[in-house]
Design a protein around this ligand. Structure first.
Ligand code: F6R
Length: 243
């Protein structure tokens, strides 16, 4: 895993947007999996700005949503669906054939997982995954102690994830389960970028880099990947022993 420390959130986001664009330029039919949340917001906006300003052809690429809160409707402003539509699909006028998201309202969530696995397999796997990291070290909704062998799966969310997750919603919601791509996708993706910014992520980044590799702190699994980048701003890097 290669660590790069950027001056601030703006620089971090601009370099991440460049990474996604480079991926598409190298492979127009790229399969790109993105996380939602606060961290990638500016990346998504800068990515969209460049695509539109430079008229970059994205007509062949496919976007996959990393995860979703089980039971939260897509129109809810805190859902991952809402994020992807607002920050990427709508501004790019992307047809529905070019993205795939979990249906977290489905009566058969296991079937949803199989469908997601099938979509990714049919596309030949993920080329680039851009993920954030939770306070408990989760990637997507791969919570501490998750099996490393999982593909798409449904998972009980830790107390921390449930309480931190309230920040996305206007009023309190029950978010005790998530549906997510598993760590097998992280390991199998051709390239993975993990992003973190701000001082509140500093202890998380320290553990991601310095703890022993274990699913007890899923962010450490990034270090098992031979083509992974950890991209952080100076604030998130403050506690690292070796910068
Ligand atoms: C969201 C996701 C989560 C977030 C993580 C960090 O789709 O997969 O794992 O990336 O909880 O969230 P923020 O970026 O809001 O700090």
């Amino acid at each position: 895993m290669q660590l790069t420390i950027y001056k601030d959130y703006q620089e971090l986001s601009s370099h991440t947007a460049n990474e996604i664009i480079d991926c598409i330029k190298n492979k127009p039919a790229a399969v790109i999996c993105l996380a939602s949340g606060d961290t990638p917001k500016l990346t998504c906006s800068l990515f969209v700005q460049r695509i539109l300003a430079e008229k970059i052809d994205i007509s062949q690429c496919m976007f996959i949503g990393l995860d979703e809160w089980v039971g939260i409707p897509p129109e809810n402003g805190g859902s991952c669906h809402h994020f992807f539509h607002k920050y990427i699909f709508e501004p790019l006028h992307l047809p529905s054939s070019q993205f795939y998201l979990f249906d977290a309202l489905s009566n058969d969530l296991n079937e949803e997982c199989r469908k997601m696995d099938q979509v990714i397999a049919d596309k030949g796997g993920i080329d680039l995954m851009v993920v954030g990291v939770g306070i408990n070290g989760h990637i997507g909704f791969n919570e501490p102690g998750v099996s490393i062998n999982n593909y798409a799966h449904v998972i009980e969310l830790e107390e921390t994830t449930q309480s931190v997750g309230q920040k996305y919603f206007k009023s309190p919601v029950k978010i005790d389960k998530g549906i997510t791509l598993g760590l097998q996708y992280l390991l199998a993706a051709k390239k993975v970028i993990m992003l973190a910014n701000g001082t509140k992520k500093a202890p998380v980044i320290k553990r991601a880099v310095e703890d022993e590799i274990s699913t007890q702190f899923p962010a450490t699994i990034m270090r098992m990947h031979t083509n992974s980048l950890l991209m952080v701003d100076e604030e998130a890097a403050t506690l690292l022993n070796n910068k």
